[in-house]
Write a new protein. Structure first.
Length: 140
């Protein structure tokens, strides 16, 4: 009976595992921005990323993950976000870059410690329309 109970307890975990693949080698930073913006902009310039390891594309491969594809910007190694969630590779560091604005927020809340391993994808663009939006999905 215990084995059967454990199987039923684990079944939801197996059924709802969300598996994505992460690609940090196939696309240049400009290609990642073009993937993000699609055909909605006339001019994209000044594309800068924090690290090739921290900014990558992903695909849900038909899994239950709610977004089919997009860009991952992660402190640490983006590729560690790949596959179903296992609790492994939660912490990694690519650089020692800080951010004065984030550090100010941390300090103002009474916390201590330095902000490091800031990840970003930065670019300028001119949209084709006055109505423009991004979909932002944050996992913490």
């Amino acid at each position: 009976m215990k084995k059967l109970l454990i199987l039923f307890w684990l079944l939801p975990i197996l059924v709802y595992s969300q598996s994505i693949t992460v690609d940090d080698t196939s696309n240049s930073p400009s290609q990642l921005v073009n993937q993000l913006l699609g055909n909605s902009c006339t001019n994209v310039s000044n594309v800068i990323i924090s690290s090739n390891q921290s900014v990558a594309s992903f695909n849900n491969n038909g899994s239950t993950f709610p977004i089919s594809d997009g860009i991952i910007i992660r402190s640490g190694i983006a590729r560690h976000s790949q596959g179903p969630y296992t609790g492994n590779n939660l912490d990694s560091q690519v650089n020692n870059t800080g951010d004065a604005g984030l550090q100010s927020i941390v300090n103002s809340t009474g916390q201590s410690g330095n902000i490091t391993d800031v990840a970003f994808l930065q670019f300028d663009f001119i949209p084709l329309s006055s109505n423009f939006s991004f979909v932002l999905f944050i996992c913490i």
